[in-house]
Design a protein around this ligand. Structure first.
Ligand SMILES: NC(=O)C1=CN([C@@H]2O[C@H](COP(=O)(O)OP(=O)(O)OC[C@H]3O[C@@H](n4cnc5c(N)ncnc54)[C@H](O)[C@@H]3O)[C@@H](O)[C@H]2O)[C@@H](O)CC1
Ligand SMILES: [K+]
Length: 490
């Protein structure tokens, strides 16, 4: 699903209206979809005490539609509209809706009366995509009231939690019902933490307006993109149909990392997995899973379909040289992680053509890109995208909301994951999942990478729910992988 900036959303709205769909219709649809959401998730609505806080722009206009629809269709126990600005400031479609609301006799005030503090639902229609910079007075005071002034209420935001802006104060919503497409601030940290559950509803904007244009290059990962990868296999399948992964890593004392990558590749369905390690680590590998084959680290990688280089590889110059050579010369697709990335850092590497998937965490990314970790974290999407395009690689920048950037300029944000996954070996599992899926799906490698990233995060969420955030360890991700895979078929 596409993600839009506020400016892109305004442009799409403009094009929609230019195409002949009136703004008033869009606003009515927005309000109706929002009320339907409330009915489904918080119904029966006649049991609620509802306060709708409206700004003076079109977001406030949506709030006026919501109040009118609630009043006509549901008769809540109480319904109050608070106007943050004098009603004379409403313009165009919002002004029209102001007139229409008055016909319903709904109670409207400019101040918060003490009885309203007993509200059970607060609708935040103060500021939407028209926000410029951090929220200012008087909207700012209303944001604070919405967050702290209604102790028993659930806050549901219209389109965007009002004031959502990195470095600004905003509403902290339980749910956000957004129109047409997710907006950038709703899906990237730190602002994504204030959105609550995000629901995208359609209000009549033709999605074709953004489908084709390369200008709309940012997306969120959704399981429906890759559900085909987990459909039942043909009855006559054999292990040779599902690819052979070779994991190269496991220096002395680090065999576990390579073994975990190998196990993850097996558990995501690769037909065969071999792990190449230091001689003394080969038993660590087979002890973790007897299904894994082993070979020595210097042995020819021939006969494999995908190579995963780096888990526990260590920093021996010889091994760094192996990683650099394979990166530059191998005709096979490669996944490169950990010490494999450190081997590339500081060299002027450029993807030679066959798939090169790099999976850095922010620290590794800082070494690859030669900049500070704080600069990367300040613009994760921008840094990842630029790097993928310049170096002709697929870049998987790990962290909260992992970014997957492709060399053609498209990027995807992954919504799944939990801080429980900040634990040793979590990255080794991801490397194995990516390699294992790429080996099975040589014609669907993009979907394979996105699926691996999503499943990794979702397994973490399911595992943390069962085991606690503290007790989840990397191999638990593999235990919860089947449940995550099943969700893609739901
Ligand atoms: N065709 C459209 O444009 C549609 C727009 N819709 C709604 O309209 C919203 C966008 O409407 P608008 O562009 O009118 O903008 P908003 O309603 O988001 O806000 C604009 C108002 O906020 C004020 N403002 C801007 N920055 C501020 C700041 N930092 N602090 C305090 N006040 C600030 C502006 O002075 C302006 O009065 C969307 O989020 C959506 O809810 C929907 O009705 C659907 C159709
Ligand atoms: K809002």
């Amino acid at each position: 699903m596409k993600v839009l900036t506020g400016a892109q959303m305004r442009e799409i709205d403009r094009l929609t209206m230019e195409a002949g769909i009136p703004g008033l219709v869009l606003m009515e649809n927005a309000g109706c979809r929002f009320v339907e959401f409330l009915e489904r998730n918080y119904g029966p609505l006649d049991q609620h005490r509802i306060v709708v806080v409206c700004g003076k722009g079109n977001n406030g206009g949506d709030g006026l539609v919501i109040a009118r629809q609630l009043s006509i269709r549901f008769k809540p126990r109480s319904l109050d509209v608070i106007l943050a600005y004098p009603p004379t400031e409403f313009k165009d479609d919002s002004a029209t809706n102001w007139k229409m609301l008055q016909v319903t006799g709904t109670r409207v005030t400019r101040t918060l009366e003490p009885r309203m503090r007993a509200a059970t639902l607060v609708i935040d229609a103060l500021l939407g995509t028209g926000l410029q910079g951090p929220a200012r007075s008087p909207a700012l005071e209303w944001i604070r009231e919405i967050n702290g002034g209604f102790p028993g209420a659930t806050v549901v935001s219209v389109d965007v939690p009002s004031g959502l802006f990195d470095g600004g104060e905003s509403v902290r919503a339980a749910d956000t019902v957004t129109f047409t497409a997710p907006k950038l601030e709703q899906v990237v940290p730190p602002t994504c933490d204030r959105v609550g559950r995000l629901h995208v509803v359609q209000i009549g904007t033709p999605l074709s307006l953004m489908d084709k244009s390369p200008e709309y290059w940012l997306n969120v990962v959704e399981p429906r993109q890759f559900r085909r990868l987990f459909e039942p296999r043909p009855a006559g399948s054999h292990k040779g149909d599902f690819g052979h992964v070779l994991v190269i890593g496991g220096a002395p004392g680090k065999g576990g990392a390579a073994a975990m990558s190998g196990l993850a590749a097996l558990k995501i369905g690769a037909g065969l997995v071999t792990v190449a390690t230091a001689e003394e680590e080969r038993r660590t590998v087979t002890a973790l899973a007897p299904e894994l084959m082993t070979q020595s680290i210097g042995q020819d990688p021939g006969g494999k379909d995908v190579l995963a280089i780096g888990p526990g590889l260590g920093q021996e110059p010889d091994l760094a040289g192996v990683a650099q050579r394979l990166f530059a010369q191998s005709a096979l697709p490669l996944v490169i992680d950990a010490d494999g990335l450190n081997a590339l850092a500081g060299t002027a590497f450029h993807g030679p053509g066959p798939w090169r998937v790099l999976t850095p965490h922010p620290g590794e990314m800082s070494r690859l890109a030669g900049c500070k970790t704080t600069d990367i974290q300040a613009d994760r999407v921008g840094v990842a995208r630029k790097f993928a395009m310049e170096r002709n690689v697929v870049l998987v920048l790990k962290g909260q909301r992992t970014v997957v950037a492709f060399p053609d300029g498209r990027a995807f944000l992954n919504p799944s994951g939990t801080p429980a996954m900040a634990t040793a070996g979590s990255g080794d599992i991801l490397t194995g999942l990516i390699a294992g899926l790429m080996a099975q799906w040589p014609d669907r490698r993009e979907q394979a990478v996105l699926a691996a990233v999503w499943l990794h995060g979702r397994s973490g969420e399911l595992g943390a729910a069962a085991l606690t955030e503290q007790s989840l360890t990397a191999t638990d991700l593999i235990r919860y992988l089947p449940a995550a895979i099943r969700e893609t078929q739901a």
